[in-house]
Design a protein around this ligand. Structure first.
Ligand SMILES: [Zn+2]
Length: 550
């Protein structure tokens, strides 16, 4: 018996040794160098980023920038190091171990992006603009007002002049930001052009593994398909509020009081309890996950919502400003989507512990709020009477055309702004608003510059559109595969094991194609938002090719 064990052990040991031996044998000197470097770099980079994220958490929740500048300065020095960038460029495409190749690729992208964003003049300007945004408080009719208050006026206030005042008030910060933000766009562009890209916009898409030609082809398709529904939406709103032409302050207005009527069913105190039970019903127990939520409004705190992956997968935090109404629920369900994703990543090294890509993590963020627009959730969890739930769902569908057209404005504006930042960007903004939304121009209002994404997340907004497409495709796949998605623990199991756990080990387009058995397809999004297209059109949709890891 003992002998047998000895024999077994030595056989096992022999096999293990042989495997280790053949791996080092097969590993080229280049590959060995890359592995050793990556192991060292990622370990230090993780430590550094945990510290930096925690410092940013304090900044965004309390308005005190703390040592964020020091972190930015050190990060910028390390990531702009030309020797490391040259090293990574040299390793790219020469490594056979797929996981190591992926790690090198991810770090290469980080360094490539840092050649722009880590330039001191760029990040200091961006940070100072972010500080203006965080600390700015709008004045409405002579008194200070929070973003939540202004949003509520735009949504519920019957008096059109008051809505106009709220709209102007919300855009005040834009006039303060526009000149320096224009300069920031120019600086980002100059740096990207030095690296051989057509613009910073094109560079960002390429590094995010998004095919720009495909994206804008899809936008053209969306423009065509949304034209008639948007025309109907305009006619309906104009009739309802009895005006000849819609203005930006009419777009969010709850003209038929459907939002107002459902608002009572969405009290802010119930956001987290309902979120917990909804997530639990699909097998995701957020109480068992290392996720912290800060959802109180307070002075000095950022008025937006973010999920901070402080230390993946063990320390994730959500910043939000909870308010009554549907929108706050949607925001929290979205942020929690990011959080459960990060908390469920199971990967061996820091760079692989990131989400598959920005658009993919936004896609996971958009997946969970889809439940909120379904009849079973509205009547069951929120307790809305069936008729009102139906009206609400109808209204949500009708408003989708506006949402799509707004995306067209944002995406075309940003690409054009980076194509030619020397033009008057406020004029460009209003031209796009007129073209895609049919809105009158207000060239004295720099409303584009009040949109925080152009400052803090440049060339990022396309990720929200792609996100809705990804979420729709995942939802469709699950329905086809397992029937009910809500109240089904298999949903969470599928997401955790097939999607979340993979982290950034696989390019996002491939991950989506692998898990849903087809490449990203516009069809599901269009069906969800605008209803089924005429039969002849179902086969013409462009598809995003899965990008290879190279
Ligand atoms: Zn998000």
């Amino acid at each position: 018996m003992k002998l047998l064990i000895m024999l077994l052990l030595s056989a096992l040991l022999g096999v293990t040794l042989a495997a280790a031996y053949s791996r080092t044998e097969a590993e080229s000197p280049l590959e060995a160098e890359a592995r050793i470097f990556m192991d060292m770099f990622e370990a230090g980079f993780k430590e550094f980023n945990v510290g930096m994220s925690a410092e940013y958490w304090k900044f965004y929740t309390r308005g005190d920038p703390g040592r964020t500048d020091t972190y930015e300065k050190i990060q910028s020095e390390i990531l702009s190091d030309p020797q490391t960038f040259a090293r990574l460029t040299g390793w790219r495409g020469k490594i056979t171990d797929p996981l190591l190749a992926r790690r090198v690729e991810l770090l290469y992208r980080t360094f490539a992006m840092a050649q722009v964003t880590s330039q001191e003049k760029i990040y200091t300007l961006q940070n100072s603009l972010q500080k203006v945004q965080i600390n700015f408080r709008s004045t409405y009719q002579g008194r200070p007002a929070t973003q939540n208050e202004l949003t509520n006026i735009l949504r519920y206030e019957k008096d059109r002049q008051s809505r106009k005042d709220a709209w102007l008030s919300r855009n005040q910060v834009g006039n303060e930001m526009a000149p320096e933000l224009t300069r920031l766009i120019r600086l980002r562009n100059e740096a990207a052009r030095k690296l051989g890209y057509a613009s910073f916009y094109s560079m960002s898409l390429e590094l995010g593994e998004i095919d720009e030609a495909w994206l804008f082809q899809s936008l053209a398709e969306l423009e065509r398909l949304s034209q008639a529904p948007y025309g109907k939406w305009q006619e309906r709103v104009k009739r309802q509020i009895d005006v000849a032409r819609l203005e930006p302050w009419d777009a969010q207005y709850d003209y038929d009081d459907v939002q107002g009527k459902v608002k009572a069913y969405f009290p802010k105190q119930q956001i987290l309890p309902r979120l917990r039970s909804t997530y639990r019903s699909i097998g995701l127990d957020v109480d068992q996950m290392p996720i912290q939520v800060d959802d109180e409004e307070r002075p000095g705190k950022s008025q937006h919502a973010f999920s901070f992956s402080i230390d993946v997968p063990t320390d994730i935090r959500i910043l939000a400003n909870a308010d009554d109404g549907f929108a706050s629920y949607r925001t929290m369900f979205h942020e929690m989507g990011h959080a459960v994703y990060s908390a469920s990543i199971r990967q061996p090294s820091y760079l692989l512990q990131e989400a598959a890509s920005p658009c993919f993590t936004e896609g996971i963020g958009q997946f969970f709020p889809m439940f909120l627009e379904e009849q079973p959730w509205l009547t069951g969890t929120a307790g809305i009477p069936a008729d009102l739930a139906k009206d609400f769902m109808k209204r949500t569908k009708e408003d989708a055309a506006y949402g799509i057209r707004f995306h067209l404005v944002m995406l075309h504006f940003e690409r054009e702004a980076y194509r030619n930042p020397d033009q008057n960007l406020t004029q460009l903004w209003w031209a796009m608003n007129e073209k895609y939304l049919g809105m009158p121009q207000h060239p004295e209002v720099d409303s584009w510059a009040s949109i925080i994404h152009f400052t803090s997340h440049p060339a990022y907004y396309q990720n929200y559109l792609l996100a809705d497409m990804i979420a729709a495709q995942l939802m469709h796949h699950l329905r086809r595969d397992q029937g009910p998605v809500l109240d089904n623990a298999r949903t969470g199991e599928f997401l955790k094991t097939q999607v979340f756990s993979k982290g950034a080990s696989v390019p996002w387009a491939q991950l989506l194609a692998d898990t849903t058995s087809e490449p990203l397809n516009l069809k599901y999004y269009v069906e969800d938002k605008l209803g089924p297209p005429p039969l002849a059109e179902t086969e013409t949709r462009a598809r995003q090719r899965p990008t290879s890891s190279r």
